[in-house]
Design a protein around this ligand. Structure first.
Ligand code: G1P
Length: 293
């Protein structure tokens, strides 16, 4: 798959308030909640890097300073670890800021996903770029972005990630009207943000991975306020369709919606069970709690 890894920049909108996780998100960004030993955002960054990206653009907001400090060097911590001979941890910590070039843009107000992506324009105007919504933790090999990039390189257009969902859930996602053109590959005819089931064009929902053409920016600049009074990326992609083709892929892999507590708990348990360091403790806890009681 190496030849398809041509996307170099990944945008992460991380300005959201994380209200679903209150009170823990009162002073910890939801992106910094741990999934085992790394914050959620680190998992997303790892996926971007595994997909060939070397530049990460965070669209941040108020109270998100810890994301920047996490991806920066901590001289004091590194010194302490070095002096105490904790080489393994020292290497882990020193490596984080070296993962990619990290950029930060500030989204003044929470005006929606479309507005957040527009904030990253100065870094992404020259080429196709990836958009990662870090709430969606993807476990896939090759990565979902690599799967999308393969389609971008074949058809030359923006590519969305899709999942089939029960019709009862259409009001939670952007929903596409699309024509199948290859196995798991679709050409988009239209898209609607969070429609009710009775007006949804299909059961194909947009998930948190996109590859977008830089042409998206002029559409982001011209759209009106949409669903929920926010500037919606879905509306800008809808407008982009008049200018360029847009494709989509039902990706292969596993998604954990860590934007809700239930999804985060499930992802934590699954990741513990799959990690040889923590598998036994996870099983023991289950046996103690469920079987023995
Ligand atoms: C956003 C998009 C929506 C998409 C979803 C995927 O919604 O607006 O089209 O289906 O991400 O997670 P949000 O989850 O930010 O409300």
């Amino acid at each position: 798959m190496e030849e398809f890894k041509t996307i170099k920049k990944a945008v992460f909108p991380v300005a959201g308030l994380g209200t679903r996780f209150l009170p823990v998100t009162k002073n910890i960004p939801k992106e910094m909640l741990p999934l085992i030993d790394k914050p959620l955002i680190h998992h997303g960054v790892n996926e971007a890097i595994a997909s060939g990206c070397n530049e990460v653009v965070f669209v941040t907001g108020t109270g998100k300073e810890s994301i920047k400090s996490y991806f920066s060097h901590s001289i004091e911590l590194e010194d302490t670890l070095e002096k105490s001979g904790k080489t393994e941890f020292l290497n882990i910590v020193k490596n984080i800021p070296e993962l990619a070039e990290f950029r930060y843009v500030f989204q003044e107000k929470p005006l929606g996903l479309g507005h957040a992506v527009l904030c990253a324009k100065e870094y992404c105007i020259d080429n196709y770029f990836a958009l990662i919504l870090p709430d969606d933790v993807m476990i896939a090999n090759p990565t979902v972005l690599t799967q999308l990039d393969k389609i971008r390189s074949k058809y030359n257009g923006s590519v969305l990630s899709l999942e089939r969902i029960p019709m009862s859930q259409t009001s939670r996602y952007g929903i596409v009207d699309a024509e199948q053109i290859d196995e798991n590959v679709y050409k988009i005819k239209g898209l609607v943000e969070k429609p009710n089931p009775d007006v949804a064009p299909s059961d194909l929902a947009i998930m948190g991975r996109y590859i977008l053409s830089p042409s998206i920016f002029k559409h982001l600049e011209s759209i009106n306020c949409g669903k929920g009074g926010e500037y919606q990326l879905t509306d800008a992609i809808s407008s982009l369709l008049h200018e360029e083709p847009v494709y989509a892929c039902i990706y292969e892999g596993e998604r954990h919606d860590c934007g809700v507590i239930e999804g985060w708990i499930k992802a934590t348990i699954i990741n513990a069970l799959r990690d040889s360091r923590y598998r036994d403790i996870a099983i023991d806890a289950f046996i103690d709690e469920i079987i023995k009681k």
